[in-house]
Design a protein around this ligand. Structure first.
Ligand code: NDP
Length: 289
């Protein structure tokens, strides 16, 4: 076993640096009379969602971005929810719209997300933005995958020509991330629950990203010595502790660079949401120029 410990990719510190830069841009936009604004829509009382929304609003306040929280009852109809999205779409003060997921089971998530104006879709989940990403064209990039790419950059490893293995194929993490790695000229493999020989595929990776929601799925024995390991997972243990999808203790003995959980991808997701919101506001100003 490799006895050298990995470089820890500090997402919290990197996010703080990115937010510092954004704060200056928000101040500049505000001085021109265009304070960026984010509307957050929260449905129901899911405690984790409430924490996420609070953290996002806190980040807005820190940066000088205006935010509005629309907290709706869990039994709201899909029609009423769609109507609210249409209302914030039409509000010129709102540059970014975020519908906190998951939505209650009686609501078709896609039917709601598809109504968001793609120009205000700061989560980057709208099919228009996902399509632009797949085509390698400019659009709004989903926050968590964008944060992962920033962390990879922070590792100092150039993606071009590297074996990039992503474990997890969700529309919000794994799939968009595959396109981002392709854009950077990586050789991409996307794994999922039907993948055969997962351990072997992971061991090929120069860059390994794990986004499954399965605590400890990836361990040191699945990591090529010196690889960059990015752990997207957020899992709560029975004791209430947050852990990732990677067994950090064994993985850091093998990896060249690794993200911790918490303090890795999580803070970067919020920083990228802020970045997308500021960029959406900037584009509005440019349109008016
Ligand atoms: P999903 O549940 O939507 O997707 C999980 C993926 O993992 C699926 O593609 C699934 O395969 C795959 N998978 C599950 N079990 C295995 C296995 N044993 N072997 C290989 N693949 C497997 O999850 P999300 O993408 O939404 O989230 C993944 C994790 O990332 C969660 O812990 C979530 O909390 C976290 N997360 C963290 C964020 C952050 O800001 N840090 C943001 C978003 C998510 P299949 O498709 O075959 O079912």
């Amino acid at each position: 076993m490799n006895s050298i410990s990995a470089k820890i990719l500090d997402g919290k510190a990197l996010a703080a640096r990115i937010k510092e830069g954004l704060k200056k841009e928000v101040a500049r936009l505000t001085s021109e009379g265009f304070t960026p604004g984010l509307a957050v829509i929260l449905v129901g009382e899911d405690p984790a969602s409430q924490v996420y929304v609070r953290n996002k609003q806190r980040a807005c306040a820190e940066l000088g971005i205006r935010s509005w929280k629309h907290h709706l009852p869990a039994d709201i109809s899909q029609e009423d929810l769609v109507q609210l999205v249409e209302k914030v779409n039409a509000d010129p003060e709102v540059n970014g719209i975020l519908v906190q997921l998951p939505l209650p089971a009686h609501i078709q998530t896609e039917a709601v997300l598809d109504v968001i104006d793609p120009a205000k879709d700061v989560d980057g989940f709208h099919p228009v933005n996902l399509g632009l990403l797949a085509a390698g064209r400019p659009g709004i990039v989903p926050c968590t995958p964008a944060g992962v790419m920033e962390l990879v950059k922070e590792s100092g490893v150039d993606v071009a020509g590297k074996e990039c293995v992503i474990v997890g194929r969700s529309n919000i993490v794994g799939k968009p991330l595959a396109f981002l790695f392709l854009q950077e000229h990586g050789t991409v493999t996307v794994c999922h629950s039907r993948t055969r020989n997962l351990e072997e595929v992971c061991r090929r990776a120069d860059i390994l990203v794990v986004a499954t929601g399965r605590p400890g799925l990836v361990h040191g024995g699945m990591i090529k010595p010196g690889a960059v390991v990015i752990d997207v997972g957020i899992n709560r243990t029975a004791e209430g502790k947050i852990t990732g999808d990677v067994d950090f203790a064994s993985a850091k003995q093998q990896a060249g660079a690794i993200t911790p959980v918490p303090g890795g991808v999580g803070p970067m997701t919020i920083a990228m949401l802020m970045k997308n919101t500021v960029a959406a506001a900037r584009r509005t100003v440019q349109t008016l120029d």
